[in-house]
Ligand binder design. Structure first.
Ligand code: NAG
Ligand code: NAG
Length: 586
């Protein structure tokens, strides 16, 4: 019962609106003024646990200042990289190459440049945070119809990584599909003054490179987005058993404009979020304030983490399944954070204006009060929540077979995936094929999971092998495209070969930045220009830095050995083998 108590405690506190927090620290930290800096991500932990260094960080306030900064870097062939306010990308996209590189922060490039109500277009600087974009649009009677679910990301950052919401309608759920023009500062020749602004519109093919660029083309200064007149949405969560999930998924996405599905395989449950446009006249001022994105007191986060650490340490698979069930129950009872009027949930459907119904993240904006420290759950100041986030999208035609394979795997060991359910389940969102060179190549479903990461890189996880098999199955058997801003290293192995237009992307990169000052080791590896994506060392498979090929890549001293997958035999996973003593008996 202590387990349940601590979870209940967590939720009671999170649900009290009075809890206020301090915004996260800047992710760039410098020892003297703005020089001798380190940079990490919002979680304080890159996939390889390294910290990146830079000689200095610059804070341009105008496009003119970006030009002179890029010119000076280009002239001296110095590495440079844009960093965003909170840096929510998991992989090392925020690092400038080497130790002597320069970071250009977009923190002060956060103005709305223009709102054209007639054409429903809005121009913003690249450092504008999604939350502010959404609310500024709403003030003008406009809305960005499809958005990522977490609003603490900047326009420049979310475009660079191809971030998306969930939809198979219109041009799909990725924000980059709604970019009509952008201005990007790139290096240039000496005659041109070493840097220049490239203004790209829909008729420029190069926009297909710039829309999703991993930040390697230059610094985006402004983006113009096509919006729509404000509309309302009606949301109903429906829980069903998962026996026909593979048949339902495609149909459901076509039926509901903003639908998504959360799958809890141990509980044999699929939670369908039926989410559709409704007429503006329908009453309702619904508001979505997703529980996990609310500010949470440090002690509640500590208890949530220690519960999971205890489960891992004692191998209490059953305990975790029960805890996951309990947690899902609380989430369902509280409508996941939906309220009908901003205060209380009184029943489905919840109807509200589009800007209040999808993205959330109140943990970012609340402020410290009562001397009680509260934060976003992953705040590195607390170092409580350390997790992996694995996300890849599988084309619609292959989704049913993938689901069947996962079901086969679970049949072998029903409790194996409770760790996912404890962390929110398997979240499935719809995305459409894109003209962006590094965008999705086919209509697809993005599978997103969050799961326990040990503080000690050499400690295996409970049911390590099941999760590794699913990860490899999604990526290699079903050709899943990794989310550029999430994942462990292995997701990017040969990923670039899955993009038929990768060469077009690279030729734009060569044209814009022939010296590669905006590239770092990581982006070179992702783009297939450099070896080293896989880091072979003891325990590397545990951290997703390699696919195991020898036992030492797992944890042989803890009886985790490199073995084939159970359903996807080509997978190589770290599996626990308990000795049976049969040899001794013979
Ligand atoms: C823009 O950033 C500055 C400095 O980081 C901050 O003080 C200001 O409130 C921000 N403006 C908006 C609209 O977010
Ligand atoms: C799942 O639900 C369907 C109806 O939606 C029902 O026919 C079926 O028997 C259920 N399966 C299980 C295993 O409960």
């Amino acid at each position: 019962m202590t387990l349940f108590k601590s979870i209940l405690f967590f939720f009671l506190i999170v649900s009290m609106n009075r809890v206020l927090s301090s915004p996260p620290d800047d992710i760039v930290k410098c020892t003297s003024g703005n020089t001798h800096c380190t940079v990490t991500n919002a979680y304080g932990l890159f996939p390889d646990r390294s910290t990146c260094r830079a000689s200095q960080v610059l804070y341009p306030t105008t496009e003119q200042e970006i030009i002179s900064m890029v010119a000076s870097a280009s002239k001296s062939n110095t590495k440079v990289k844009a960093v965003t306010r909170y840096s929510h990308s998991v992989p090392k996209l925020a690092c400038s190459g080497g130790q002597d590189g320069i970071l250009i922060s977009t923190n002060n490039l956060n103005r709305t440049v223009k709102v054209d109500v007639e054409s429903r277009r809005m121009t913003v600087e690249s450092g504008v945070v999604l939350k502010d974009l959404i609310s500024e649009a709403a003030k003008n009677g406009l809305t960005l119809p499809y958005t990522p679910y977490w609003w603490g990301i900047t326009v420049g950052g979310l475009l660079a990584t191809g971030a998306h919401g969930s939809s198979l309608w219109q041009k799909g759920s990725a924000v980059h599909e709604y970019v009509v023009s952008m201005r990007i500062v790139t290096p240039a020749t000496a005659e041109e003054g070493y840097a220049k602004v490239r203004s790209l519109s829909e008729s420029d093919e190069e926009l297909d490179a710039a829309k999703v660029s991993l930040g390697v083309l230059g610094i985006v200064s402004q983006v113009t987005l096509q919006l729509e007149p404000m509309f309302k949405r009606g949301v109903t969560y429906v829980s069903k058993n998962d026996s026909d999930l593979e048949e339902q998924m495609i149909h459901f996405g076509k039926e509901h404009e903003f639908g998504d599905i959360t799958w809890n395989p141990y509980q044999k449950e699929a939670l369908y979020r039926a989410d559709n446009r409704v007429p503006m006249e329908q009453p309702g001022n619904g508001f979505f304030d997703f529980f996990p994105f609310r500010s949470t007191p440090a002690e509640a986060l500590a208890s949530f983490r220690s519960t999971e650490e205890d489960i891992e340490a004692t191998g209490d698979a059953n305990g975790r399944c029960e805890a996951a069930k309990f947690l899902t129950g609380i989430l369902k009872n509280s409508a996941f954070g939906l309220t009908n009027n901003g205060k209380r949930f009184t029943g489905y459907p919840v109807i509200g204006p589009s800007n209040q119904m999808q993205s959330s993240g109140t943990c970012l904006s609340n402020h410290l009060e009562d001397g009680k420290f509260t934060a976003c759950a992953w705040d590195p100041e607390l170092a409580h929540q350390i997790f992996y986030q694995t996300a890849s999208s599988i084309s619609l035609s292959k989704v049913p077979s993938f689901i069947e394979d996962v079901k086969k795997l679970i049949e072998l060991e029903p409790q194996a995936l409770c760790g996912l359910e404890y962390n929110g389940g398997i979240i499935m969102r719809y995305v459409k094929a894109s003209s962006a060179y590094l965008g999705k190549t086919e209509d697809a479903i993005d599978f997103d999971i969050t799961y326990f990461r040990s503080r000690d890189p050499l400690t295996p996880r409970l049911f390590e092998d099941f999760l590794e098999e699913i990860e490899q199955m999604a990526l290699f058997k079903y050709g899943g495209l990794p989310h550029w801003g999430k994942n462990r290293n292995i997701a990017f192995i040969e990923a670039i070969k899955k993009y038929p237009n990768a060469d077009k992307f690279l030729s734009v990169k060569n044209k814009y930045d022939p010296q590669g000052i905006f590239s770092n080791e990581w982006t070179d590896q992702v783009l297939g220009l450099k070896e080293g994506m896989t880091i072979l060392k003891d325990g590397c498979a545990l951290e997703g830095l390699c696919i195991c090929s020898e036992d030492r890549h797992c944890a042989p001293s803890k009886k985790y050995f490199c073995r084939p997958g159970k359903v996807y035999k080509e997978a190589r996973v770290c599996a626990l083998e308990v000795e049976t003593n049969s040899k001794d008996e013979l």
